[in-house]
Design a protein around this ligand. Structure first.
Ligand SMILES: O=c1ccn([C@H]2C[C@H](O)[C@@H](CO)O2)c(=O)[nH]1
Ligand SMILES: [Zn+2]
Length: 134
């Protein structure tokens, strides 16, 4: 089961809302995300694809970069949602970006639209991560 987070239902609803905003002419694979800042704001993200496929931006990074661009650098929780059979799984690039901004134990809820919820964190998604030049 998952730890109780008062904002979870709102985050999940806002992540799901982004599934309809995803720009996915190539993969037809929508992903939505909602990110809670330490001061209680929520930033949404969807995947935004590009004809040059490598220029595509994932839902998770859209949410993180949107929050950082608005002046937020401390985060409490992330919910990601996909129309997948199991829980959505963030790509490697997103895990590396998460490592830059999230504490290792910050709750990350990987979900789908069928009721699956997997609670995890960066300690599990990206162990032994490269986070600074030392
Ligand atoms: O966690 C994920 C996994 C995939 N995608 C996007 C990238 C691409 O647009 C499409 C297929 O990989 O899904 C995300 O946004 N987040
Ligand atoms: Zn990604």
């Amino acid at each position: 089961m998952t730890d109780y987070l008062p904002e979870y239902d709102q985050l999940k609803q806002m992540a799901d809302e982004e599934l309809d905003r995803a720009y996915i002419p190539y993969s037809h694979f929508p992903v939505g995300a909602a990110l809670l800042t330490s001061d209680g704001q929520i930033f949404q993200g969807c995947n935004i694809e590009n004809a040059a496929f490598g220029s595509t931006m994932c839902a998770e990074r859209t949410a993180i970069f949107s929050a950082v661009a608005a002046g937020h650098q401390k985060f409490e929780a992330l919910v990601v949602s996909g129309k997948t059979n199991g829980a959505i799984a963030p790509c490697g690039a997103c895990r590396q970006v998460m490592a830059e901004w999230f504490e290792k134990d910050m709750p990350i809820f990987l979900t789908n639209t069928h009721g699956k919820v997997l609670q995890t964190d960066l300690a599990h998604l990206l162990p032994d991560s490269f986070i600074e030049l030392t």
